[in-house]
Design a protein around this ligand. Sequence first.
Ligand SMILES: C[S@@+](CC[C@H](N)C(=O)[O-])C[C@H]1O[C@@H](n2cnc3c(N)ncnc32)[C@H](O)[C@@H]1O
Length: 394
Amino acid sequence: MYPATGFSNGHRHQPAGTFMDKRLGSGRRERARSRATRAGPRDSRDPDQRCDQKPPPCTDFDVAYFNSYAHVGIHEEMIKVVVDVGCGTGILSIFCAQAGAKRVYAVDASDIAVQANEVVKANNLSDTVIVLHGRVEDVEINEEVDVIISEWMGYMLLYESMLGSVICARDRWLKPGGLILPSNATLYMAPVTHPDRYSDSIDFWRNVYGIDMSAMLPLAKQCAFEEPSVETIAGENVLTWPHAVKHVDCYRVTLHELESVSTRYRFKSMMRAPLHGFAFWFDVEFNGPAISPASNHVTATFAESSNDQPMDYSQRKKRPNPNEALVLSTAPEDPPTHWQQTLIYFYEPIPVEQDQLIEGSVTLSQSKENPRFMNIHLEYTSGGRSFVKESVMR
Ligand SMILES: C[S@@+](CC[C@H](N)C(=O)[O-])C[C@H]1O[C@@H](n2cnc3c(N)ncnc32)[C@H](O)[C@@H]1O
C-alpha cells in the first residue's frame, strides 16, 4: 500500500527539523543551526577567550542570537515528547529527534520496527528515540505526549483505515492542547473524462488483427472497471471543480464517523466530453489545534458550494501566507505522489454537454469482512439516466 521508496512529490520527507520549522518560520531554522553548534565552542575555548579575560564586544549578530532564545517557544520545542504512529523505518521519528524532541516513541506493529531500531542506533539516537514493536492499541507509554505524528493516509485517504490508530494514540496519550500532524485532511471527488484510458482497455477488443472480438467487450469492461483503479491523471481530465466528500479534523474525529462516510454531490460539467467516471484524491494540512478549521463549518461550506466554484477549494490553493499551514496535496493538478488518484470508472461512458448536471451520492464504508477494505456505493444521474455502481477496494 505504501511503498517506502518512490516519494515523487517533494512535499514529504522534508529535511530534518521540518515540522517544527514550518510552523515557526525561517528564524527558527537559524536558531536550530546555532543550537547544533553551541556546545562545541563553549567547551573548547582557548584560554584567551575565557570570561576572566576581557570579553569581545557584543555584536549585532550576538544580540539577534540571544533575542531568538528569549522566546519561550524555542525552549518548549526542545522538551517535546512525540509519538510516531506507525513509524516504519523510523524516518519521521528521527526527523523529530533532530528537530529537538526530548523523547520520541516510534511505534510499529510490523517487523520493520526491528530495522527502525537499527536505524536509530546507527544515528546515535537511542537515548531519544524509543522504538516500540507492537500495535499502538497495545503498547504502553507511561507519560503524556505533546505531539503525535503519523503518515496514516491511504489511497482515497480512508483506505487502509489507519486513522483509527491515530485516534487511539490521541485518546490514550495526547496532552490537552497537544499537536497532531497532519492535523486535518479532506477527501475530494470530481467527474473525469479519460478517452485514452477507456480506449486502451476496451477498444482493443473490437478488432484484433481483423477479427471481430467484440464478444469480449462485456468481460473486458468488467475486468478493467469493476474495481477502483489507482492511477495518475492530469488536471485536464477533470470536468469540474471538486466536491469535498469528507473533512477530517484529527483533533476531533471519532472512530464511529469513519465507519461510513456519505455525501451527495451535484456537478455542472465545464465542457462537452464523454464522462468516464469519478476521481478521488485528498490533501492534508499541518496546523495547530487553534487554527484547525472546525470540521462542521468546512463540510457545510463545501456542500453548499455545489461546485460551480467552491470558495474553499480555490482559497486552499491560494494561501496568502505559505507559513500559515503546510499542505500536502495529491490533486491531479499538483505534482504526482505515490498516492496518485483513485478512479472509479463506469462500464459505459456518458456523453455530457457543457453545463450538464451530474448528480448523485457516494457512500464509503469499512468492509465488515476486513475493516481495512473499503466498500464504495456510487449513485449517479446525468442526462435523465441513473446508475448505481458497487465496488470494493481491497
Ligand atoms: C504508511 S507506513 C508509514 C511508515 C513511516 N511512518 C514513513 O512515513 O515512512 C504505515 C506504518 O504504520 C504501521 N501501522 C499501521 N497500523 C498500526 C498500528 N495499529 N500500530 C502500529 N503500527 C501500525 C504499519 O506497519 C506501517 O509500517
